[in-house]
Design a protein around this ligand. Structure first.
Ligand SMILES: NC(=O)c1ccc[n+]([C@@H]2O[C@H](COP(=O)([O-])OP(=O)(O)OC[C@H]3O[C@@H](n4cnc5c(N)ncnc54)[C@H](OP(=O)(O)O)[C@@H]3O)[C@@H](O)[C@H]2O)c1
Length: 282
């Protein structure tokens, strides 16, 4: 097996590090999903993103087991769904995820959405803090949390998340939230980092930067994430996309190129309008 390429990594307030590029697995399900995860790990991926709601924790776990890479090198992430926020359900859900993944402990467990209308995310966070103390999970974080949600869980428990996984791509660059995370040593993971590979990749500025470096528009977007110290987790089912995405971590863009790509951002740039202030995810 080829040795894993050394990826740049970013480090949180407690010393926990993540590689700059990981694998998204939304819609990688069943046997094909397990195969895609195993192939990705053999190609050098060490961070895998999953969620209870993707209904693929079993496949992700099988892919991790089949890859033939030392388990201790791989960071397996999953997420607690909104309907499992209440304390009693959260504890069981966290244990269920670990069982489905077939792991002794989940490496990184996130709250999927804050669901502020439901207003039970504090209970969910307390359950994750407890699970970490019991050794069921190694690191704990959140997803789609706004500063007010981050501040509340830290104020009530004294525990700061290591990661906040949020929507970030050139149409929605989230400059302010990234700066907020950086000041506090919270790692930003970018979901839909390629904008789901739709019209974003046809933008002229991306084509120009790509041509200047002899790379693809998708690699250009991923290099932009790396330059902004954001962990991108592109989903890719084909080995070609997986490898080319990993190679993007070694590409350095100029400050002007980064700024030109960030300028594609627009206030309504969210892919499907899911605003964490109002979105409720079951
Ligand atoms: N926390 C949350 O609320 C949340 C929300 C959404 C997503 N996520 C996570 O973030 C991950 C990534 O987001 P996403 O799946 O929505 O979108 P994405 O990663 O931005 O885009 C995925 C699409 O890009 C294509 N693609 C991948 N590499 C490519 C390349 N090099 N060139 C051209 N096309 C390429 C994939 O096609 P192929 O599969 O054919 O390669 C797939 O159609 C998810 O899988 C999930 O793990 C989290």
């Amino acid at each position: 097996m080829t040795p894993a390429p050394a990826l740049p990594s970013f480090t949180a307030h407690n010393g926990f590090s993540l590689p700059a590029i990981g694998l998204g697995t939304y819609r990688l399900n069943g046997d094909a999903g397990a195969d895609a995860v195993a192939v990705a790990i053999r190609a050098g991926y060490r961070l895998i993103d999953s969620a209870f709601n993707y209904e693929n924790e079993g496949s992700v776990g099988r892919g991790v087991a089949a890859a033939g890479v030392d388990r201790s090198e791989i960071i397996v992430t999953t997420k607690l769904p909104g309907r499992h926020h209440p304390a009693a359900r959260a504890r069981t859900s966290i244990e269920e995820s670990r069982s489905r993944l077939g792991l002794d402990a989940t490496d990184l467990h996130l709250i999927h959405w804050p669901n502020p209308g439901q207003d039970e995310y504090l209970q969910a966070w307390e359950a994750l803090v407890d699970a970490q103390q019991r050794g069921v999970v190694r690191q704990i974080g959140v997803s789609n949390f706004l500063p007010e949600h981050l501040e509340r869980i830290e104020r009530e428990t004294g525990v700061r998340p290591v990661v906040n996984q949020i929507e970030v791509h050139p149409f929605f660059p989230q400059e302010e939230q990234l700066a907020y995370h950086r000041e506090r040593g919270i790692l930003t993971e970018a979901w839909s980092p390629l904008g789901r590979a739709k019209e974003l990749l046809d933008e002229a500025v991306l084509r120009d930067v790509a041509n200047a470096h002899g790379i693809t528009p998708a690699q250009t977007v991923l290099a932009w994430h790396v330059a902004r110290e954001t962990v991108a987790i592109p989903k890719a089912s084909s080995p070609e996309h997986q490898s080319s995405n990993l190679d993007a971590a070694a590409i350095t863009l100029t400050d002007d190129e980064v700024a030109a790509i960030t300028a594609l951002g627009r206030p309504d740039g969210r892919l499907f309008g899911a605003d964490p202030a109002t979105h409720e995810e079951s």
